[in-house]
Write a protein that binds this ligand. Structure first.
Ligand code: KG4
Ligand code: ZN
Length: 330
């Protein structure tokens, strides 16, 4: 089956053509990220305006010379995300579905991230699986009995892990997006680490997480140290976040004994996190890490998710839902 995927939940406008949920025929991503560097964070109105400008050219480029008759269905991100951005994708997809008379499948953006792990995989993840979606807005641990059978088993109680990277990078003056900036600064640090920042909820006994205390701890440190070592602080921040994510991943794997552990979302681009997850969980289960290109927002993962969760909906019923939870369809 050939699916046209459309993703517009935040500051990326993406379209892709994917065959059978794993073979990428085309993938196009336009981003307004550079504009958000000035404001060190996304202004929703600015992101939505760029979505409007990008959406048609991006879809046109992804389709290329493929005649619309060859497209079997359209998949579109229905949520969660920024309402103005989401609406651009959903309304465009609904229009195409009506005009081309194609089935349309709404996709949960967070579930989409998980399916980045099916791309180009001859041996895809096996069920039951535990998946960890670690992105800019969400940090959710889920148990997957099969495609579409999702139960949330843990989540952040406050900030998402990506948000913690972004907010602490801002405090250090490292710019936006914070994850890659912190990671780059941490790489040049030569000093020994000393667990300078807390690992909240490490002993909570459940699979929940918390990251808002990290931001406060970094702020306090900066207020009381006249000459902070930015690279050392970046390394300490990265270590605290990665430590927390890996220890909760290990607890989830020990508790649920899945056949696969799947890492997903923008933060899964982090090299230290990838290495630690691989080495820590390898003896317990098969570990899946998405290709770096498909860690951050893209439309390939949306088309892949729709392929394995093929539930078309009449186009008139599709609505954008900014606060969709990982367990909800749309
Ligand atoms: O999944 P994503 O592209 O968007 C959302 O759905 O939120 O994730 C974006 C997040 C940002 O917070 C960004 O700082 C983080 O992913 N990120 C990283 C890295 N690359 C992106 N965090 C840590 N290390 C990275 N290399
Ligand atoms: Zn995302």
């Amino acid at each position: 089956m050939i699916i046209l995927g459309i993703e517009s939940s935040c500051d990326e406008t993406a379209a892709a053509i994917v065959k059978d949920g794993k073979e990428v025929i085309s993938s196009v991503v336009a981003s307004s990220q550079k504009e958000h560097v000035k404001t060190q964070g996304i202004i929703p109105e600015v992101a939505a305006r760029r979505q409007v400008e990008h959406v048609i050219p991006v879809i046109k480029e992804a389709i290329g010379k493929l005649p619309p008759e060859h497209i079997d269905a359209i998949a579109v991100t229905a949520g969660p995300g920024l309402i103005g951005s989401l609406l651009v994708g959903t309304e465009t997809a609904k229009t195409l579905s009506f005009v081309w008379r194609k089935p349309i499948i709404p996709v949960n953006h967070l579930v989409g991230h998980v399916y980045a792990n099916w791309i180009d995989q001859d041996t895809p993840p096996e069920f039951p699986a535990v998946a960890f979606v670690v992105s800019g807005g969400h940090t959710d641990l889920i148990y997957m009995k099969g495609h579409g059978k999702i139960v949330k088993i843990g989540s952040t109680r406050d900030d998402a892990a990506g948000e913690a990277f972004d907010k602490t990078a801002r405090l250090l003056g490292l710019g936006y997006p914070g994850g890659p900036a912190i990671s780059r600064a941490a790489e040049v640090n030569k000093n020994k680490l000393s667990k300078l920042f807390p690992r909240p909820m490490a002993d909570s006994g459940d699979l929940d997480l918390s990251f808002s205390g990290l931001k406060t701890a970094v702020l306090k440190h900066l207020r009381t140290n006249a000459n902070p070592d930015t690279n050392l602080l970046a390394a300490e921040i990265q270590e605290a976040i990665v430590d927390t994510l890996v220890s909760k991943s290990l607890s989830a794997v020990k508790q649920y004994k899945p056949k696969s552990f799947i890492l997903a979302g923008g933060v899964s681009a982090n090299r230290l996190l990838r290495d630690r997850v691989q080495t820590t969980l390898d003896t317990y289960t098969k570990v899946f890490l998405p290709e770096p290109t498909y860690t951050t927002d893209n439309a390939v993962m949306i088309a892949a998710a729709a392929n394995f969760n093929y539930l078309p909906v009449p186009w008139g019923k599709i609505t954008a839902n900014p606060s969709l939870s990982i367990e909800e369809k749309f």
